[in-house]
Write a protein that binds this ligand. Structure first.
Ligand code: BES
Ligand code: MN
Ligand code: ZN
Length: 491
């Protein structure tokens, strides 16, 4: 488990500033103006800070950028970072500025002189999210800097900052849980290991059930089982219930958890196949949200359901052309065994509705390469049968700075899913591949149930650093959904 940065909030006495060890961070606004603590540091350094903040370079620098003064005279600190942050910075700007501090974190303690700055908890959130590395399988090199596990924010009202930061700490832990799951290789994160890691959420008060293959057969989840039948790892469905609300129907979060997607008999080309260890990203996000809700004691009822399977070629594997009956009762012709995510989700979605009669459903899946062609790695695709529900999600994602874009659904696309012999085919050809995948899923949603499908194939795992995440697993969606729940389902 990757441990989040230990974050503390403390007072600061003016007289102690010169003695603060390690690395110190101060803030200047976009006009170069300094707050009371930064002014004190400026005096101690005999004007070094104001030389920087009145320079042309600082004037041109971006909001949220960080500027280093090394071995400053007059301070015990070995270096000083000046963050450029407008007085009225939005929470999003403050989080990005906080993330800029992450590159400055080293082997020595980090002290951020935030003073009266209202956005101190946001800075801490950005810093916390960005300070992530999946180092489980790396030998730490002798001379590589060891990141320090601690930061102290010196603020005017530590208790208030602490209280504001508590739900953010829950988000960071939830996001790290997701990133760790997504980063794990498939020989470690088998379906069994995945289920075990979810079972650990019981310690936080989550009710966790693991449905084994036998039960899935009894429940007639045959399209899900068809995906996993070529693997040595048993298929499982894990149900995680967070009951923080009253008697109201829960929000259901449903995740695709394909621990490895080889394509099955419709096998994928070998180039890049290793990245298909991230094909459980949807399930990873569901797990991260549930962890966040439990850690912050959310007053809402939310149930997470994940379908855990491995898609492998084998003598027992599903073949192209096989016809399988879904839990709903509709038969599916499996034209392409690589379109497996929708087969997993179809049964879990139906089960979620039958059992929980949810107030709304959000499913998350690394479902199609086509969504990456449409939206790249910047935004996830949002498909929904309900404008208000979609709007609420898009607003939550916008507030958290997680890219999301509405995509269409329409009956006209259903034609592409016509099967030769069954009720529906599992692929609809290349045109609008992400939309026909969503249309397939919609067939397993009861009309009238607010539903959003998030195709996260492009955003769950990226090859470049983002503002709040190092390259690799991002944890995209954990904060947007946590926010949606806070805004719409808590009381
Ligand atoms: N897991 C893949 C989608 C994917 C692609 C996720 C790239 C992340 C990065 C999914 O199961 C898949 O293989 N989809 C096929 C569907 C096709 C056969 C209709 C695809 O997108 O090519
Ligand atoms: Mn596939
Ligand atoms: Zn897949």
């Amino acid at each position: 488990m990757t441990t989040p940065l230990e974050t503390a909030f403390a007072d600061v006495e003016d007289a102690d500033i010169a003695k603060i060890p390690g690395r110190m961070v101060i803030v200047a606004d976009d006009t170069g103006a300094l707050g009371p603590l930064a002014r004190k540091v400026d005096r101690l350094t005999k004007g070094a800070v104001s030389r920087l903040t009145t320079s042309a370079a600082f004037g041109k620098a971006k909001t949220g950028s960080a500027h280093v003064l090394a071995y400053p005279a007059g301070l015990a600190a070995e270096s000083l970072l000046v963050l450029k942050l407008p007085k009225k910075a939005t929470p999003a700007e403050a989080r990005v500025a906080g993330a800029a501090i992450a590159g400055f974190n080293g082997a020595v303690p980090l002290h951020v002189l935030a003073g009266p700055l209202a956005t101190a908890p946001e800075l801490a959130l950005g810093l916390g999210l960005r300070t992530y590395a999946f180092a489980t399988y790396r030998k730490v090199e002798e001379d590589a800097p060891k990141p320090n596990g601690q930061v102290t924010f010196h603020v005017k009202d530590p208790a208030a900052s602490e209280a504001a930061f508590a739900p953010y700490a829950a988000q960071i832990a939830g996001v790290f849980f997701t990133r760790d799951l997504v980063s794990e290789p498939a020989n470690v994160l088998t379906t069994t290991e995945f289920a075990e890691r979810l079972t650990e959420l019981r310690e936080l008060g989550v009710e966790v059930e693991v449905l084994e293959e036998k039960e899935l057969e009894d429940l007639e989840m045959r399209t899900l089982l068809a995906v996993g039948q070529g693997s040595e790892s048993p298929s499982k469905v894990v149900v995680m219930q967070w009951k923080g609300g009253g008697e109201e129907a829960p929000l259901a979060l449903v995740g695709k958890g394909v621990v490895f997607d080889s394509g099955g008999i419709s096998i994928k080309p070998s180039a890049g196949m290793e990245e298909m260890t991230m094909d459980m990203g949807g399930a990873g996000v569901v797990a991260g949200v549930i962890k966040t809700l439990a850690l912050r004691g959310a007053k809402a009822n939310v149930v997470g359901l994940v379908g855990l399977v491995e898609n492998m070629p084998d003598g027992k594997a599903t073949r192209p052309g096989d016809v399988v009956k879904s839990k709903k009762g509709d038969t599916v012709e499996i034209i392409n065994t690589d379109a497996e995510g929708r087969l997993v989700l179809a049964d879990v979605l139906w089960y979620a509705q039958e059992r929980f009669k949810p107030a709304g459903i959000v499913d998350l899946a690394t479902l199609t390469g086509a969504i990456i062609i449409a939206l790249g790695h910047e935004k996830a695709g949002v498909f929904s049968n309900d404008d208000a529900f979609a709007g609420a999600f898009l607003a939550a994602a916008g507030n958290e700075g997680e890219g999301a874009w509405r995509m269409p659904l329409a009956p006209a696309y259903d034609k592409a899913l016509t099967s030769r012999i069954a009720d529906i085919a599992n692929v609809g050809g290349r045109p609008a591949g992400a939309v026909t995948a969503a249309q397939f899923l919609q067939r397993f949603i009861e009309p009238g149930t607010p539903w959003a499908h998030l195709d996260i194939a492009g955003v769950a795992y990226v090859n470049k650093d983002t503002d709040l995440s190092p390259k690799g697993a991002t944890g995209w969606g954990v904060r947007a959904l946590d926010r949606l729940i806070r805004d719409r389902y808590e009381h």
